[in-house]
Design a protein around this ligand. Structure first.
Ligand code: PEP
Ligand code: MG
Length: 595
């Protein structure tokens, strides 16, 4: 008998449509036995704990290795982060002490320690910390399963082509699912910024998270559609629903195949103006995808991801190896390394930031780096050393004015002087630029441009600060308008100021990757756009099918309009007149059919 079709709605974590049979994974916590030890048993119990930690480490190492073989990738930082947690003194120390002093078995001691660490995270009202709680859980679970002789593997190898339904998934699980050929996943827990979601996006695995009761509502074996763009999950779709999703996936596949044929041609308008298209990247794992999609380099490398989810600060050598790895993979293209942009919603447990009433306006980003000079210089030295191995550029985030730029440059100069004195090679001509993401920087763009090599407009924050809209507050999301007259005017002003000073002006916020805006942005005079790699083929297609004369005319018209509504209507009319709806949606929507 046919089951009725049902829809669930969750958090869209990784775009794309996946259609497949549900494969349920029991990822709930393992039962923990409690046992009292005799004093004579303590040494053996500690050995057992060490053995389980070592086994867990080996399992994670194997996962990393298999991924490297399959993906040709160096390593998975997130899995490495779990390996670091495995050996962390805060986890291992108290567990050992409990075994020794309370005379309890290793499983119980470990569970108590994990709960204790989690309760510290619980008291912090930040999504980031709540999600890091899961990392502690995943590691604790793995050790526990090894102590219990369960091999630590939770997800096993689900059949290829299935959609995994789980309470929660660790980044290691996600990587394993990808390797097993699963086409998507759905979880009860999780958020958009959880590392599993980040990996899902890097693997282009459609995912919906935070559904709360997916594991009880979705029967094993049911046919499921995951729409990672809208956050919808359809259980037992009707024939019509299925046909519609399949048609969307097919149309998209054809379109992307066609667009990718132009991978190696330049983004040049019909009247011969070149626009550089770059990729925004968070993890080294995304570099191959950037190249596959035709990026001419990385316009924004969010280096702060190196700081997240770990228990120690990266050393200079790690910054160096990491950046060198990126440059080698990317050669001959350039990579723009944005220096550490922590704070706001990106919090690393290692850098202590006092509680702030307004984190977005607080001690974040370059402000934090200028306070934590050693942390900053360590990163700069690593990046400079890597610049001897490829085309690197350095970019400072959240610069508010010339004073701050000079302060950051002074530390860069110090780092250079030290390396010179040590006889260490680096690119003496390494370009240095800033992100323009605050009104104060935009208004002084002419002054800033005289003292740096390039400007990159970060619209995610620029819109937040210009329109006074918290970018992570869903209640004011309706006011977040990239096409606000104030934003268009600001972009025009920054572009003109940069050009007058003879420096390149690019854009690297999400706005740069929205195909609807491509013509407007070209018309405003931006020299390059940096975006999610999957947007590049569409944006390039639009540029190649347009002329700069048309783009400029459109931009001029828009700059005369008074309201967001008028501008949006004009842009929409112009773009839908010129391009098909499938093309305009194509960057966000890709899909997979069952194997
Ligand atoms: C921006 O603010 O536009 C930007 C690209 O930086 P992030 O999104 O990392 O804050
Ligand atoms: Mg920003």
């Amino acid at each position: 008998m046919n089951q009725p079709s049902r829809r669930l709605s969750g958090i869209a974590a990784a775009p794309g449509i996946a259609i497949g049979r549900a494969h349920l994974i029991d990822r709930r916590r393992v039962k923990t036995p409690k046992r009292h030890l005799e004093a004579s048993e303590v040494a053996a119990e500690l050995d057992r704990l060490d053995g389980a930690i070592a086994a867990s480490d080996q399992q994670l190492e194997r996962i990393k290795k298999k991924l490297r073989e399959r993906e040709g990738q160096d390593h998975f930082r997130i899995i490495e982060a779990h390996q670091l947690i495995l050996h962390d003194e805060h986890l291992v120390g108290p567990t050992r002490r409990r075994v020794q002093e309370e005379l309890v078995n290793a499983e119980w001691a470990l569970r108590r320690t994990v709960e204790e660490i989690k309760s510290v995270f619980d008291s912090i009202e930040e999504d980031y910390f709540r999600e890091r709680r899961s990392d502690i859980d995943f590691v604790g679970d793995r050790i526990l399963r090894n102590l219990l002789g369960e091999q630590g593997e939770v997800v096993g190898t689900p059949p290829a082509g299935t959609i995994v339904i789980a309470h929660d998934l660790s980044p290691a699980d996600t990587a394993q699912l990808h390797r097993a050929g699963c086409v998507g996943f759905v979880t009860d827990a999780g958020g958009k910024t959880s590392h599993s979601a980040i990996l899902a996006r890097a693997f282009e695995l459609p995912a919906v998270v935070g559904l709360e009761h997916a594991t009880t509502k979705i029967p094993a074996g049911a046919l499921v559609v995951v729409d990672g763009l809208t956050g919808e999950v359809v259980i037992n779709p009707t024939a019509e629903e299925l046909a519609e999703f399949r048609a969307r996936v097919r149309r998209h596949g054809d379109l992307v195949g066609e667009l990718l044929r132009d991978r190696d041609v330049p983004a040049e308008t019909g009247d011969g103006v070149r626009v550089q298209l770059y990729a925004n990247v968070e993890l080294t794992e995304e570099v191959p995808s950037a190249i596959e999609h035709g990026a001419e380099g990385i316009g924004l490398y969010r280096t702060e991801f190196l700081f997240l989810d770990r228990t120690d600060l990266p050393l200079e050598e790690e910054h160096f190896m990491h950046a060198r790895g990126v440059l080698r993979r990317l050669a001959p293209f350039p990579a723009t390394f944005r220096t550490c942009d922590l704070g706001g919603d990106k919090i690393a447990p290692l850098v202590s930031i006092e509680h702030e009433a307004n984190p977005a306006l607080g001690l974040r980003s370059i402000r934090l780096c200028l306070r934590e000079r050693e942390l900053f210089k360590t990163q700069l030295r690593g990046l400079l050393r890597a610049s001897a191995h490829g085309k690197a550029r350095i970019m400072f985030p959240m610069i508010s004015g010339v004073g701050e730029l000079r302060a950051a440059k002074a530390i860069l100069s110090e780092a250079k002087a030290e390396l010179r004195a040590e006889g260490v090679a680096f690119d003496e001509e390494i370009p240095m630029g800033i992100m323009v993401e605050m009104p104060s920087a935009a208004m002084t763009a002419d002054l800033l441009a005289r003292e740096c090599d390039f400007l990159s407009i970060g619209t995610n924050d620029l819109i937040q600060y210009s329109l006074a809209i918290d970018r992570v507050n869903e209640h004011v999301g309706y006011l977040y308008h990239p096409l606000h007259p104030a934003i268009l005017r600001t972009v025009r002003y920054v572009v003109d100021a940069g050009h007058a000073a003879g420096v390149q002006v690019t854009m690297c916020g999400e706005m740069a990757g929205e195909p609807l805006f491509t013509l407007v942005l070209c018309g405003l005079g931006l020299d390059g756009l940096s975006m999610n790699a999957t947007s590049i083929p569409v944006v390039k297609n639009i540029i190649r099918a347009s002329t700069m004369a048309d783009a400029k005319q459109l931009a001029e018209q828009l700059l005369q309009l008074a309201t967001v509504e008028e501008i949006e209507a004009r842009v929409h009319a112009e773009m839908t007149r010129r391009f098909s709806p499938d093309l305009l949606r194509a960057s966000a929507e890709f899909g997979r059919l069952p194997a």
